[in-house]
Design a protein around this ligand. Structure first.
Ligand SMILES: NC(=O)c1ccc[n+]([C@@H]2O[C@H](COP(=O)([O-])OP(=O)(O)OC[C@H]3O[C@@H](n4cnc5c(N)ncnc54)[C@H](O)[C@@H]3O)[C@@H](O)[C@H]2O)c1
Length: 257
């Protein structure tokens, strides 16, 4: 077996048809150890074990609520203990993928909904990054990939409305400011802005809504989760060394700027 040198930590990577699980499999295929962090701890462990067995890489799963600081601290400590015990290689990449959306029109939103969408998407990215960053800085190497959305750039237009666009835009600001601050530490921070991706996140959207989305995409279709995963693992690789504070569009041409 090849020596696995680094571990990729992914949040939001247990959803069956999600971007996270496809990305976790891709990391494993490329020879990374894999950590799956998601709301359901048992499912996280199960998905991790399946990926570990299939690709013969170290893998570990743990519960996390990215919006809850205590939960994030607990999850990071559990991962650090696995690394210290030699069960996982050091954490080299963090993919902040966990996210939720909402199609509720602005005047129908509640403050509670606003906070929920901001908490999971933006605050979650902040908390998880803050928890895993010190070890990456200590190792002098790291890759952080944050999940934004084309909605942040063009004011929605896919499914999520105002709170989602605002939260995903906050992630772009976080990404750029942190990239600048980390400078020469060896840790890069980048964001991706997918357009419509073929997952379960838009469950509830109608055929008409889906047709309208596709009509606005020059490539005429949603992205596959693999087409997003490949960009995330590229941004986690040695090859992306000179990219930091970058926003990579994956939108089939639906937003050119
Ligand atoms: N699917 C799209 O069209 C699309 C487009 C652009 C961006 N995105 C973003 O990509 C990411 C993944 O989306 P997806 O389509 O795979 O969605 P998904 O719903 O299939 O997966 C989201 C995952 O996040 C997890 N999650 C939700 N809240 C969490 C929390 N508080 N703590 C930990 N985990 C939590 C869920 O359990 C799930 O595994 C999201 O951030 C989403 O906003 C999706």
């Amino acid at each position: 077996m090849t020596t696995i040198q680094r571990t990729a930590v992914l949040t939001g990577a247990t959803s069956d048809r999600g971007i996270g699980i496809t990305t976790a499999r891709r990391y494993a295929r490329e020879g990374w150890g894999v950590v799956i962090l998601d709301l359901d701890g048992e499912k996280s462990a199960k998905v991790a074990a399946e990926i570990g067995n299939e690709f013969n890489v170290p893998a570990y799963g743990h519960e996390i609520d990215v919006a809850n600081e205590a939960s994030v601290t607990t999850a990071q400590a559990a991962v650090a203990a696995e690394v210290a015990a030699g069960n996982l290689p050091p954490v080299g990449a963090l993919a902040n993928i966990a996210g939720i959306t909402s199609p509720v029109p602005f005047l129908e939103t509640t403050l509670e909904l606003w906070h929920k969408i901001m908490d999971v998407n933006a605050t979650g990215t902040y908390l998880v990054t803050k928890a895993f960053l010190p070890d990456m800085i200590g190792n002098g190497w790291g890759r952080i990939v944050n999940m934004s959305s084309v909605s942040a750039q063009r004011g929605g237009g896919v499914f999520g409305k105002v709170p989602y666009s605002a939260a995903k835009a906050a992630i772009l600001g976080l990404t750029k400011a942190l990239a600048r601050e980390l400078g020469t530490t060896g840790v890069t921070v980048n964001a991706i802005t997918p357009g419509a991706v073929d997952t379960n996140i838009r469950v509830g959207s109608t055929e008409e809504q889906e047709a309208a989305i596709n009509a606005g995409i020059p490539l005429g279709r949603n992205a596959s989760t693999e087409e997003v995963a490949s960009v995330i693992t590229f941004l986690s690789s040695e090859d992306s060394a000179y990219l930091t504070g970058t926003v990579v569009d994956i939108n089939g041409g639906s937003h050119m700027h």
